[in-house]
Design a binder for this molecule. Structure first.
Ligand code: CP
Ligand code: NVA
Length: 305
């Protein structure tokens, strides 16, 4: 049966670990395996802007012996003109996998249902699971074991990053805390799914509105833009709502002394995080950005096995 990666909990804890282990191996020797030799092509489709995802998938697919076919929805038939299901049936006869950055999660589900090749979510409004594989890889590199760590994500709890943190951390047996205004809390259905997973892995999900309480003594502090792609019209209101969730030196001082700081990037310095923190000694953002490459290569190798 074809496996897809549409949300973080499409992988079990054991499968997530397997991919992280493989990513670690691929990082030590980038060209050790070429499962896409042929070369086979992987379609990488963008409905939204991207730097890291575009580069890391293009480079990663090439490292694996394949050819990346980067498609902008703006100049394709997808996006209003043709359905995701029909697009999938055209692509599957020519490509080894489909990677798609889009808006609605339902589009990815439609794409996956309609095809026999793996579909990978390269960010939707609801989840950013590829980023989480890179983030977990980064945290593991700096902290050793993931299980039992406590991580706080601050800002837009309903965002793709926050909701992926909820699911991926529950899967890894991590205690995940989300600090956001009540009206930007994660989708209750996502929290419910994560709670069920955490009950088996030993992790937990806790929602906070108080940012200070949420970061007290934690191992890792994470944030992301307050204005995700597609939310630009709400910018003024969002800047007002999220002000007290800024990650600055005073906030970092409440976490463990050696706490890590992560941000998926791009960052709005001076808003969700101060330059002092993101460019400071606790920040591991450049490792995190590099690890997109290794994590996604491992994911592709695993899905194509
Ligand atoms: N973090 C991330 O996905 O970055 P891009 O939007 O540049 O791909
Ligand atoms: N939450 C951000 C992530 C960008 C990589 C967005 O969706 O714009």
């Amino acid at each position: 049966m074809t496996r897809h990666f549409l949300r973080d909990d499409d992988l079990t804890g054991a499968e997530q670990l397997e991919i992280l282990d493989l990513a670690e191996k691929l990082k030590t020797d980038r060209f050790q395996t070429t499962p896409l030799a042929g070369p086979q092509t992987v379609a990488v489709i963008f409905d939204k802007s991207s730097t890291r995802t575009r580069v890391s998938f293009a480079v990663g697919i090439a490292d694996l012996g394949g050819i990346p076919l980067i498609i902008s929805t703006a100049n394709s038939q997808l996006g209003g003109k043709e359905t995701a299901a029909d697009t999938a049936r055209v692509l599957e006869r020519q490509v080894a996998a489909i990677v798609w950055r889009t808006y609605a999660q339902s589009g990815l589900q439609e794409m996956a249902l309609g095809t026999t090749v793996p579909v990978i979510n390269a960010l939707s409004d609801d989840f950013h699971p590829c980023q989480l594989l890179a983030d977990l890889l980064t945290i593991r590199e700096h902290r050793g074991e993931l299980k039992g760590l406590t991580i706080t994500f601050l800002g837009d709890g309903r965002s793709n990053m926050a909701q992926s943190y909820v699911l991926a951390c529950a899967t890894a047996g991590i205690h995940i805390r989300i600090a956001s205004p009540a009206e930007y809390a994660p989708d209750p259905a996502v929290v419910q799914d994560a709670d069920a997973i955490a009950a088996k892995t030993g992790g937990s999900v806790t929602l906070f509105t108080d940012p200070l309480e949420a970061v007290a003594g934690v191992d890792v502090v994470v944030t992301d833009t307050w204005v995700s792609m597609g939310k630009e019209e709400e910018k003024a209101e969002r800047l007002r709502s999220f002000g007290q969730y800024q990650v600055n030196a005073d906030l970092m001082a409440l976490a463990k002394a050696d706490a890590l700081f992560l941000h998926c990037l791009p960052a709005d310095r001076g808003f969700e995080v101060t330059a002092e923190v993101i460019d400071g000694p606790q920040s591991v953002i450049w490792d995190e950005a590099e690890n997109r490459l290794h994590a996604q290569k491992a994911l592709l190798v695993w899905l194509l096995r």
